[in-house]
Design a protein. Sequence first.
Lengths: 454, 176
Amino acid sequence: MYTISNRLKMASIALMILGLLGVSYGFWDSHQYKTEEDVKVLLASEHGDHHGDAHATEGHGEEAAHDESVHGAHADVDHAEAGHEKSHEEHVLHQIHNRPWSALYVAAFFFFMIALGVLAFYAIQFASQAGWSPVLFRVMEAITAYVLPGALIVLGIAVASGTIGHYNIFVWMDPEVVEHDKIIQGKSGFLNMTGFIIRGLIFIAGWSLYRYFARKFSIAQDNAEDNKNFKKSFRIAAGFLVFYIYTESMMSWDWIMSVDPHWFSTLFGWYVFASMFVSGITVIALMTIYLKSRGYLEFVNDSHLHDLAKFMFGISIFWTYLWFSQFMLIWYSNIPEEVTYFVTRFEDYQIPFLGMVVMNFVFPFLVLMNSDYKRIPWFVVMAGIVILCGHYVDVFNMIMPATVGDRWSIGIPEIGSILLFAGLFLFIVFTSLTKAPLLAKRNPFIKESEHFHY
Amino acid sequence: MEASKVIHAIYTDDDVLMAAVKKVKSERHHIEEIYTPFPVHGLDKAMGLAPTRIAITSFLYGCVGLTVAITMMNFIMIQDWPQDIGGKPSFSYVENMPAFVPIMFELTVFFAAHLMVITFYLRSRMWPFKKAENPDPRTTDDHFLMEIPVHNNEKELSDLLKETGAVEINLIDKAH
């Protein structure tokens, strides 16, 4: 049995408190700007910094024009057709208020997606009756404990942003915007608050039910005489995977793609899946290495690590394939309503957008290519940390351009949100790890897994 | 120093063969070659063979393929006969690069895969019309053959091999 060390417990609680402080500061800081007058002062001071006072007005004009043309879907929505004009200052004020909400949402989604990715990976192990992985099942089960709280938090933030907030993440939640926007009106049969909540709850219920029963059968199998529990787990895993691939895709439209309600991509669900899958596998590898370094998991050998690192390598390439497929088709066809998505990212998000490709593809590709390096723990840890940061930036790039436009930064609200959910994630995952023995000892493939060597 | 006499020990099971290889190695005998009907996992390590360098050649061939693709597309689409495709007339490789990525990818894989296979065949001394070196046709069906050079120690060796579960032990004179 694993017992959570006091240091780890304290560290996770400290992370949560620090994070909460950061998040609160972010909200407080953003509400220092209450009126358009405040924003005017801010913009004037910014232009003073950039262009010198003499060019202030000229620079401002350029900036405003640039905002109109580049800010893609969201800008279109704000400046909707029927003469509902907003001033540049009002637009910027809204972006400033959106930032802490979006920062919170990005971090919440990032940690939730790790847990959901692991849940899918776990189900695949059962459905394919994999022989190498059963020694890692308890680690995977512990990580999936975060699916339910994590998903509820993401849905909660999304709904709160459209109820107690001022439509800070999803513009389509704002009835005033919808009233003036024919395109969103056409989609409102799907994109409406009631549907959003009901769909979200169905997704979460399905995932959590699978997680609950899979865990139950896995623990019951420990002391069983036959393989009945394993067979049940096999059957529900197959069913869950079908449910998962539909709901994951719809979840990605609802929870991410709809922040740009005019824009759509048909492989978006796959793209988000690749991101969550590789992040999840990376966290399994990191946690396994951590537990081994603490003297647990003595039955895990370097061949298991090698296989996890192969998955990290392979799925990183898979992610790049989808990222590039989405980009190239839109770049090539150059249809204004589609290409605006990437124009925004190239104009205002060049460093995170291209830096993400380096972190998620070039770095793991070169570091994990050599077979021997996949068995060296510190190499895998290094690659893993870069991959995780890269996929945080990936989620950041999916949400932020629509909500805060060019007023993005990685500052206290973003880091505070990461710390908050990192603390919560660690606390829930490691607490769940203490609830069951670390070896699923009566799994029919456990012998094969223990003797696995590559 | 090539021994003129070798022992051919024949096994009928890969697990028995693996155990035998470990035993023979631990008694400090040199194993010349092993013929198996299918790849036996971990046999190369047990025999003490040096790790393969085919992965390095594959990486280098991939780099060649990538270079060929870049040079080729640059010549065809930018230098020699620039075209206006999709309303994007441009004389810059970098600006058109995304369109060439699938070609760059495919040629990298093509070069790496084909040249690696050819390298593997040549390194294994296999080419068209080559006569098989295989000493016993049964190793292409369901038997495993271990070849050990003899240095006036036939008796000791055959006792050891019998002990490890060899079903047949033949002394072969290779001198010709």
